[in-house]
Design a protein. Structure first.
Length: 166
């Protein structure tokens, strides 16, 4: 009976940890209409023109599509992953969800959220929600400590690219 309680307690701890999370969130104002920003964010085949960290290797850029990406952020070893396009709200929100192993072990959902400031200026929120059993451990790893710099760099590259086109 004692072993059963220990196992039950362990299961409850793991379940509780699966709901832990943290977020990286960076914003940038871009002098470009929201439609132009949206079309650039979902045009993965053109990422090589502006994004030095994320490479599109294939996949389906559509709701519930599977992308094949390679991330080479500064200070980390490049790696490939195949996230699911988890959110698609035209001109508002685009997101993909990457899972490490089983769901809720360590998942990352990356968002681009767009808000019009005026007809020629867009506020872009580039953020990622990390969640799962390992999130509290991963939060303190060097690659996660360096991640905000990568988000800032991506925002600057997107801004520079779009504002040069305008």
């Amino acid at each position: 009976m004692t072993l059963l309680y220990v196992l039950l307690g362990l299961a409850l701890i793991i379940l509780a940890l699966s709901f832990t999370s943290f977020e990286i969130n960076e914003k940038v104002e871009i002098v470009a209409p929201i439609e132009k920003v949206w079309s650039t964010i979902i045009d993965f085949e053109s990422y090589s023109k502006w994004n030095s960290q994320l490479e599109y290797l294939g996949g389906q850029v559509k709701p519930n599509g599977i992308l094949h990406l390679r991330l080479a952020a500064e200070g980390t070893k490049p790696y490939e992953f195949k996230p699911l396009v988890s959110q698609w709200e035209e001109h508002k929100r685009f997101a993909w969800l990457a899972k490490t192993g089983l769901p809720r072990i360590f998942d990352g959902e990356h968002f681009f959220e767009l808000e019009p400031i005026d007809e020629n200026t867009t506020l872009v929120t580039n953020r990622e929600e990390y969640r799962g059993v390992l999130s509290l451990i991963m939060k303190n790893q060097p690659m996660m400590k360096a991640a905000p710099k990568g988000f800032i760099k991506m925002n600057r590259e997107l801004k520079s690219h779009l504002e040069q086109l305008s």
